[in-house]
Write a protein that binds this ligand. Sequence first.
Ligand code: DC
Length: 224
Amino acid sequence: MHTHDIPVIAIDGPSASGKGTIAQLVANTLGFYYLDSGALYRLVALKTMQTNTNINDINTLANIAKDLDVIFKHDKIFLGDNEVTDAIRTEECGILASNLASYPQVREALTARQRAFCQTPGLVADGRDMGSVIFPNAALKIFLTASAEIRAQRRYKQLIGKGINANIADLLQDIQKRDARDSNRSTAPLQQGTDAKLLDTTALSITQAKDTVLAWYAETCTNK
Ligand code: DC
């Protein structure tokens, strides 16, 4: 089977919109692979911090991205021999990831790695540019969002649940700043493509959001 025959569901959207949770549930239901592309940017950020790399040294950053020694194993993420599943979820790592993600060289270095996740029977990929850049031929493209306030509340619960300290007002500010940075960068900015369906989850439960994606995907399969 050629890669372009493998069905991809691309779910893009802002930080803490719930796209990771929804994408994973949809992937599990369909038996598809799952790509959390944000984790790759967060891994580059973590390695950058660990190696004290200057964040203006674009060549070294691109090499970090190209040479990332990462393994996704079940629900765990390893960088080299170290498990970093929780370490990449801190706000510090997310903010640095958002900054590094504005460098085209870093994005380029991660492109092939992301496309390699596209395997039979299919892939659900979440991020900012899954539908626009990485998988332009995706069977279904979704722009998943929610109000910044609801996203700050969800992120708060997620962090507290992991035992990480958090403050809602700070999180809201970070989310707004991150939205602005991710939306205004010149390479692969976060935006709803004209061919993407809008899914606003502000007033939806996780199950309702997941079921909407599955229903839309079923529609694309019958319309083929
Ligand atoms: O989805 P996330 O919050 O884990 O992503 C962390 C940062 O990585 C996000 O602020 C922007 C960047 N990112 C990106 O630029 N493109 C992607 N496809 C995924 C994430």
